[in-house]
Design a binder for this molecule. Structure first.
Ligand SMILES: Cc1cc2nc3c(=O)[nH]c(=O)nc-3n(C[C@H](O)[C@H](O)[C@H](O)COP(=O)(O)OP(=O)(O)OC[C@H]3O[C@@H](n4cnc5c(N)ncnc54)[C@H](O)[C@@H]3O)c2cc1C
Ligand code: SF4
Length: 502
């Protein structure tokens, strides 16, 4: 018999980001609207060209929208949810899906606490708790650990394209007041990426701060590439440097982002639950925006669950949610930009951007393109390290650019040291026996937190070392490892980064 306590609920929501919180409450419209200065820059080494707004379809325009910290917005949203009686359990990650005998989802269990690195129970051991629900909504965000299992178990991706991702590396800077233009939004394309696709963003937020970041699509093929170093290099472009020079970096973070779009959205509902928000992947890639679609799908999932419970149903498939999504503006918005990323992937930044702009205009004018392009999974795209040019990144100057460890320090990442490693390897030999000779073990470079190192053991042999306490939970290793050997699982006690104002 299980020693875990269980608690019954109508609906359990896993994850308290925009999707999960919007599923718990209905959002009131945000109070004030203000106009923003918006500018798209195309960067070449040392120069920038402004992309004329007139060439972009109106749905790419951000005028009248808001800028702000998503983390702070979620904290506010959480307060609203609690005021409405929603129970939020911060610090208790769902570690396991629970199943009914008929194969439907019964709920989730939080992880045991007080387990040592070797798997032994420590004196402060506490078993996890079972949360049973008529319906469980999974809002884990990008590459959710439990979501991955559910997709596999219910073959939710059988009829969709593979999900693909980018890695966003983000920083927050306090900048001199004469350079700060609240509401100004800048997106960049081009330099410094020449071996991959992606782009940068720079948002002037409140309190003299700018949030700037760089997204590298994870379908790159050169294993020497480092998304972290690309971001550091990007800041040295005169146009970006001019904004942050004289300022101070105050925060750092990294997170993968779903790039697959409309064609990669899996089946959403299954017996006993559904995927909402970035667990399923509703990011509008050319706009780099997914919080609005996460919230809307959260609300639609909640409505379908509510209706089912009102009808005395439980643990069946929320087909109403699937239908609501297919008829919603979310599906229609993503459908219009579904070929944007594949066209850039196929034809490169310059020609691809022109073609994707043309298709977006056509879709905007109601001309549905008669084709939908597919994706290759990101873990399949690496070439051998000895067949491509090694990339030598410049050393950080400690003023504009920094190293990984000082960056992780600013992410306020905290994990209890004596706990099982949450970066699990299906086969511990693969990093040294397979990845090292073929790809110079790319985890050393794609991880933006310096978690993975190849060091020498006492006999001088290469050894794969995992510094799990540095992990900022970006999920890139789970996505990009060429053998899909790394499985990110929830760490004990809700450890991880803590981003103020990000
Ligand atoms: C660099 C970058 C820049 C972006 N810029 C923008 C932008 O400007 N505008 C915009 O709209 N969108 C932007 N996005 C996308 C946006 O962040 C996501 O689309 C949005 O956050 C998705 O919301 P979500 O609730 O589905 O997931 P998330 O916001 O990821 O929230 C999921 C939450 O669940 C928690 N969680 C995960 N697993 C578990 C578990 N097992 N148990 C308990 N909790 C769990 C996570 O810790 C997290 O708090 C950006 C993304 C990136 C990476
Ligand atoms: S260990 Fe994996 S999830 Fe953690 S920061 Fe590195 S790449 Fe991201």
């Amino acid at each position: 018999m299980s020693e875990r306590e269980s608690m019954p609920y109508d609906v359990v929501i896993v994850g308290a980001g925009p999707a999960g919180l919007a599923a718990a409450i209905r959002l009131k419209q945000l109070a004030a609207e203000k106009d923003h200065e918006i500018s798209v820059w195309v960067l070449t080494e040392g120069k920038k060209y402004e992309f004329p707004h007139i060439l972009m379809p109106p749905f790419m325009n951000n005028k009248g929208t808001y800028t702000g910290s998503l983390g702070n917005f979620c904290r506010w949203l959480a307060g609203r949810a609690e005021a409405l009686g929603v129970e939020i359990f911060p610090g208790f990650a769902a570690a396991e899906v629970l199943w009914n005998d008929d194969g439907s989802v019964k709920g989730v269990a939080t992880g045991d606490m007080g387990i040592s690195r070797d798997g032994e129970r420590k004196p402060d051991y506490q078993p996890g708790m079972e949360l049973h629900a008529k319906y469980t909504l999974f809002a884990e965000g990008v590459r959710g650990h439990l979501t991955k299992q559910l997709i596999r178990q219910f073959e939710l991706d059988a009829n969709s394209e593979p999900q693909v991702y980018g890695l966003g590396v983000k920083e927050l800077w306090d900048i001199p007041s004469d350079k700060h233009h609240p509401g100004c939004v800048i997106h960049t394309q081009g330099w410094p990426l020449d071996e991959a696709n992606g782009g940068g963003f720079l948002y002037h937020q409140e309190n003299g701060q700018v949030a700037l970041g760089f997204v590298t699509w994870l379908n790159y093929s050169n294993p020497w590439l480092s998304p972290f170093e690309e971001m550091q290099r990007w800041k040295h472009h005169p146009a970006i440097r001019a904004v942050i020079e004289g300022g101070k970096r105050v925060s750092y973070g990294a997170r993968a982002i779903n790039d697959g779009g409309w064609q990669s959205v899996p089946k959403l509902a299954f017996p006993g639950g559904a995927l909402i928000g970035c667990s399923a992947g509703f990011v509008n890639v050319p706009r780099i925006k997914g919080s609005h679609t996460a919230m809307k799908t959260g609300m639609m999932g909640a409505e379908a669950a509510f209706e089912a419970i009102e009808g005395q149903r439980s643990h069946d498939e929320l087909t109403a949610y699937q239908q609501a999504y297919e008829q919603s503006w979310v599906s229609s918005e993503l459908g219009k930009v579904r070929n944007t990323l594949p066209l850039v992937e196929k034809f490169g930044n310059f020609v691809g951007t022109i073609l994707s702009g043309a298709t977006m205009w056509a879709e905007y004018l109601g001309l549905r393109m008669p084709f939908t392009m597919g994706h290759e999974p990101d873990h399949t795209t690496l070439w051998r390290a000895d067949q491509v040019k090694k990339i030598d990144y410049p050393k950080p100057d400690g003023v504009i650019s920094f190293d990984r460890l000082s960056s992780v320090f600013l992410s306020n990442t905290n994990h209890e040291e004596d706990q099982p490693c949450h970066l699990t390897l299906e086969d511990p030999d693969i990093p040294i026996e397979h990845n090292l000779p073929l790809y110079a073990e790319p985890a050393q470079r794609y991880c933006p937190a310096g978690v993975y190192e190849v060091i020498e053991d006492v006999e001088g042999n290469p050894k794969f070392q995992i510094n799990a306490q540095n992990c900022v939970h970006c999920k890139t290793c789970d996505i990009k490892d060429p053998k899909q050997n790394i499985n990110w699982v929830t760490p004990q006690g809700g450890g991880g980064p803590n981003y103020p104002n990000m």
